[in-house]
Structures are given as C-alpha cells and as structure tokens.
Write a protein that binds this ligand. Structure first.
Ligand code: ADP
Length: 427
C-alpha cells in the first residue's frame, strides 16, 4: 500500500516531486491524470497524480484535485501532499488556496503548512516573503508571467487572498530552532484558528525539520523541496523499509530514439552536439505544413536508420529550430496552429517508432512530452534515476507495450544529454 499520496498541479512539477521522493528512499510512480475507477494502481511507496490544474478554472481545479484525493485515500495513502510550483504560481482567485481548502475539508483537517521553498533551486522563504535567488518574487521576472503574474512577494498575504481561512507565519527564528519548536508553533497557530501557516525555510536542513514536524499532518502543501523530509518520517515509524535501490526500473530492451520539439536554447545546443554522432532527421513544417506527411517522411527515414540490434545507437528526429525559423513557421501557420501541427507530427512519429520496435525514447519539450504521452496512452511512469537534475528515466505503462521514457523540459539537461541518457541504460 502506498504511504504518501501526492497531487501535483502540473506534469513536470509532478515528475520533479516524484524524483525528490525517489532520491529520499521511496519507490514512486507518477500517474497521468486521475486514474479511471477500477484501474489497478501500481505498487509503490508514494503515488503522485499529475493534474493540469495550475491555471484551470478554480472549480475544475478543485474537482480534479478532490477526485485525485479520493483515489489516493482509497489506495490507502496515510498522508497527502499537495504540490505546487516553488514560485507559488497562482492568481488572486487561486488555485492554491481554493484547492487546499477543499482538500482540508475532505480530509476533515483544520490546518496545513504551506512552504514552496527549495534552496537548491534558489527559492527561499524569509519572514513569509518568497525570494528567487537574491530577488523578491515580484522582481524576479515572475511579475511578468503570462498566466500567473506574481506581484506580491508576501505569501501570507497572497495565500490570504485565496482562502476563506486565516493564514499565519512560522518565522525563521523558530524554523532555525528545529522540528520541535516548528511543530509547537504550528500547533499554536492551529489552536488560534489559523488554517494555514507559511513556514520560512532558507536551507535544506530547514526543509527536513519542517518535514519532521509535519509527520502527523493529514495534508502538507508546498514545492517539491519540503517533501524531502517526509520519507524519513515513514522510516522512523517503521512503515518504510530501507530500499536498496528505490530508483530501480525493470529494463525494457529495444531500439532507441530521441524526439525533439523544444526550441529552447538548451535543447538546440543538445541537438547540435548529438548531430555529429547520431543519425538525425529534421522535420520542415514550413515546406510540409501537414502533420501526417511530416510523420510519414520521418518514419520512412527511421525505418532505414534505426538499425536492428537493441544496442544500436539512437536516431534523432527533430522539429526544433532557432527563433527565426520558428517565427517563419508561425507567420505562415499562426502561433498556436504551428505548435499543434508540430506536436501532432511528433506524437504520430512516437507511435510509429514504437511500432518499429523503439522501447527507449527521450522526448525534449514540455508540451511535446504531453502530446507524446497522451498519444502513446501512457497511464503511469515509474520514476528511475536522474540522467541530469530534474530528468529521470521512467518506465511508462499504459495501453501499449512498456517503454523507457525520459521526458525533458526544454531548458533542462547538460549539453551531452542525448548521448549520456542512453549510456546510463543497460545494453
Ligand atoms: P519547451 O519545454 O522548450 O517549452 P515545448 O515542447 O513545451 O518545449 O514547446 C515547444 C513548442 O514549439 C511546441 O508546441 C512545438 O510543437 C513547437 N515547435 C517545435 N518546433 C517548431 C518549429 N520548427 N516551428 C514552430 N513550432 C515548433
């Protein structure tokens, strides 16, 4: 039975959290959306349900989160974690406050902590104020986010605008004093009638102390940082055995490929590096603005270049292009249409590659990954070891044959990511 049940408000955030739990000793599976009722759940110490609720209408975010909670409770989870972004991405209308309110009500709990801090990623909270590096949140660039502009760095105020409850603070001096004083301060705030406490944290040891203080909490809310302290609670309660290798994945032998749809600087650099050593095919949506035709051409090429041996080098199929070429495609097709067309082509190519025997696949691009996972009808990702920070190999299961999948958000990964990824797999 899973011990910890997590609800993440977006897909890459879910993977980030799942990786954190694996790193701290829990075998973790990420589920894509709320599973259908009756669908058997994979065996794991922690389950992470990935939603797309960050910027959804409030009512939709609440109902998806409540459905996720019901699934996790039915699976036997003892504690619930609500994961949001470490920059507290939300609007005055929500969705962090309203979702947390609904989860607390369903859990018949009266109090939860809120801590987005993640010092390793330069997110810290001091006196309730969120910093990104040395800048306050509202001067970090987040004030210009297209969907969730963050113009107030005081999280007590920000969360206060989103909830019907009251919000208090566990300040730095208390957090610095350790788990017991943090626990006492949270209990005192709850006794005063506060529904939430923003908890300061500027170092990893603070996050571990906060985790220890929250061992008995029904609901914990925060970024993936504060989850690092939770596996130790289950171990000290005798519920979680020492796992020899929580990141172990059953191998899936087969051919290898890389699909790139991200046009980020990091991905363009990784492609340039891989081009010298891997067979590479470039999609040209300007010359062929048709998803089916693009996919057919790429798959015909792949048939000739995939090789036959499972240990053969991966092939690289890329739509990625520098800004001027993307602009040209967008000028011709429209910005949204261009994205949809390329995503459809890459998703169809992923399905075709799987038919050709590909079982190990790296996908570059957040939206691109979403399109591929949905086309391949993947329902769960068992989280393995990271290739680079934030990008683990995963074992994907769903309607088709199992796959090893690495889903890379555009800007992640070192320049040699594409070749390095496959070198870490068994041959
Ligand atoms: P990232 O993680 O870098 O943001 P995404 O996959 O989320 O990457 O977004 C990249 C978007 O750019 C996708 O919608 C993709 O379909 C689109 N795209 C990729 N290549 C091209 C291209 N050559 N022309 C226009 N759009 C493209």
């Amino acid at each position: 039975m899973p011990l910890l049940g997590c609800i993440a408000d977006d897909f890459t955030g879910a993977t980030d959290l799942a990786s954190m739990l694996v790193e701290n000793g829990m075998r973790t599976v990420q589920l894509i959306g709320v599973p259908a009722s009756g669908q058997p759940l994979p065996e794991a110490d922690a389950l992470v349900i990935a939603l797309k609720s960050r910027t959804a209408p409030v009512a939709d975010a609440i109902s998806a989160s409540r459905a996720a909670l019901a699934t996790l409770r039915a699976a036997g989870c003892r504690q619930i974690f609500f994961k949001y972004c470490s920059t507290f991405d939300s609007t005055d209308a929500g969705n962090i406050g309203p979702v947390a309110d609904a989860l607390l009500a369903d859990l018949s709990a009266g109090f939860a902590l809120a801590c987005p801090a993640f010092p390793a990623n330069a997110r810290s909270v001091y006196q309730g104020h969120l910093f990104v590096g040395s800048r306050l949140l509202n001067e970090s660039g987040m004030e210009n986010h297209p969907l969730t502009p963050m113009r107030d760095p005081d999280l007590v105020r920000v969360l206060g605008r989103q909830t019907t409850g009251e919000v208090g603070l566990v300040p730095y001096a208390v957090v610095e004093a350790g788990a017991k004083p943090i626990g006492d301060a949270m209990a005192a705030l709850a006794a005063e009638g506060k529904r939430y406490a923003i908890v300061d944290a500027v170092e990893e040891r603070h996050l571990r102390a906060i985790g220890a203080a929250a061992a008995e909490h029904a609901l914990i809310t925060g970024g993936s940082g504060v989850a690092m302290g939770l596996p130790a609670n289950f171990r000290s309660q005798g519920l979680l055995p020492e796992r020899a290798d929580p990141a172990a994945l059953d191998d899936v032998p087969g051919l290898s490929a890389i699909l790139a749809g991200s046009c980020s600087r990091a991905t363009l650099g990784q492609i340039a590096r891989a081009r010298d050593v891997l067979p590479t095919f470039d999609l040209d949506p300007l010359a062929t603005p048709d998803a089916a035709a693009l996919a057919a051409a790429a798959l015909a090429w792949a048939k000739d270049h995939l090789g036959t041996a499972p240990a053969a080098r991966p092939v690289l199929i890329s739509a990625s292009a520098p800004p001027e070429r993307v602009a040209a495609v967008q000028a011709r097709l429209g910005r949204a249409q261009a994205g949809v067309l390329v995503e459809a082509a890459l998703a169809a190519i992923a399905a075709g590659l799987r038919d050709l025997g590909v079982r190990r696949l790296v996908v570059a691009g957040g939206e691109t990954s979403g399109a591929v996972v949905s086309r391949l009808r993947v329902r769960s990702l068992r989280i393995g070891a990271p290739i680079d920070p934030g990008v683990p190999w995963t074992r994907a299961e769903g309607d088709g044959p199992a796959l090893l999948l690495a889903l890379k958000s555009g800007n992640f990964g070192a320049p040699d990511f594409f070749t390095k990824a496959f070198a870490t797999l068994p041959h």
